[in-house]
Design a protein around this ligand. Structure first.
Ligand SMILES: C[S@@+](CC[C@H](N)C(=O)[O-])C[C@H]1O[C@@H](n2cnc3c(N)ncnc32)[C@H](O)[C@@H]1O
Length: 327
């Protein structure tokens, strides 16, 4: 539950986001899709309370099927462990050619000087640590969120973001086993920073409570990113990755996109083309005032499977029309 102070803070923060590049309608540095120009400001949405799903995103005017509703830049990204040296360490764009071009001394690839520059704030801190133990821990258990928390902690230490920048997002409710697991992850993370000789003053925010708070928000709000295949080679690489069940290039969290609620028959969806820069698109005609909803899961699953995943992963019983009719 938001307190009065955090609610005021959240409102100010949202205002800031709506006028900032995090919530962007500018495609010049994001995905460029000249055949489908993004409409000019302001974006046709507002965030408001829903009757049964907390806050949600509503259309402020009619939106045509296929329109880009808005573009979105991630606040935090992290490549999948199996793709660490195959995708841009900042925007998750796939490495085009084999070879050393754009690769830093640690073997990480940056697709452009822009991405290298934007990652300076966290990469300087991150490259001081030895993350092999944390990576191994995550790889063994199939975890991805601890890596995003590590990246966020480096961003905070590098001065790129405030330590409470995700507080506005809804957290997952956590059970006891999850909390115990998080305590271990926290110790591992803090220990790795200590070994990297990060000064205690730079880590004052990095408490166990901060770790749990951030991870609880990532659990509900982070997106798993699978890029469209741009070439025959990409297509084959994806097919190979699927054998290892890891087709995702990485994970990312966005602020405004995190306010979209779920429907098993959604009217909007999030699209990535070649990087973590995303677009929200309308799947059908949307009336002014209608709530925009995306599908969090594979919509082709049967109703029981969908209900189970939504309850266990996101903590709610879906009562969309498809679920009500048992479709
Ligand atoms: C990504 S957030 C969406 C924004 C959220 N409603 C908020 O106020 O920040 C996901 C959470 O929203 C709620 N939610 C999303 N879709 C829902 C639905 N169809 N029915 C009930 N709750 C839903 C659940 O609590 C879920 O964990």
């Amino acid at each position: 539950m938001l307190t009065a102070v955090t609610r005021r803070h959240a409102t100010q923060y949202l205002r800031h986001l709506l006028s900032s590049r995090i919530f962007s309608t500018d495609t010049s540095t994001g995905i460029s899709d000249k055949s489908d120009p993004v409409r000019s400001d302001p974006p046709p949405i507002k965030i408001a309370h829903t009757s049964s799903a907390g806050r949600g995103v509503f259309a402020t005017r009619a939106i045509t099927s296929g329109d880009t509703i808005h573009s979105a830049k991630p606040l935090v990204t992290h490549p999948s462990l199996s793709r660490l040296h195959e995708v841009c360490y900042y925007c998750l764009r796939r490495k085009k050619k084999k070879g050393e071009e754009g690769v830093d001394p640690n073997g990480y690839y940056f697709c452009s000087d822009g991405c290298r520059e934007k990652s300076l704030a966290f990469h300087e801190v991150e490259s001081r640590g030895d993350w092999s133990v944390l990576n191994e821990y995550c790889r063994d258990r199939g975890l991805k969120y601890p890596l995003m928390v590590k990246r966020l902690a480096c961003m905070v230490m590098g001065g790129a973001v405030a330590s409470d920048c995700l507080d506005i997002l809804q957290p997952a409710s956590l059970h006891k086993e999850m909390l115990l697991e998080m305590e271990d992850e926290y110790k591992l993370l803090r220990g790795s920073f200590k070994k990297a000789s990060i000064a205690d003053e730079s880590m004052t925010f990095l408490s166990k409570e901060w770790y749990i708070n951030v991870l609880a928000r990532l659990r509900v709000n982070a997106f798993r990113i699978e890029l469209a295949c741009g070439s025959y080679e990409d297509l084959l690489a994806s097919a190979v990755a699927l054998v290892g069940d890891d087709a995702a290039v990485g994970n990312a969290v966005y602020i405004v996109s995190s306010f979209y609620n779920h429907d098993c028959d959604p009217n909007a969806h999030i699209v990535w083309v070649d990087s973590a820069d995303a677009k929200m698109k309308a799947l059908r005609h949307i009336e002014e005032g209608e709530e925009l909803r995306i599908c969090y899961i594979d919509a082709s699953m049967d109703v029981e499977a969908r209900q189970k995943i939504l309850l266990e992963g996101f903590g709610f019983h879906c009562n969309c029309l498809r679920c009500l009719y048992g479709e």
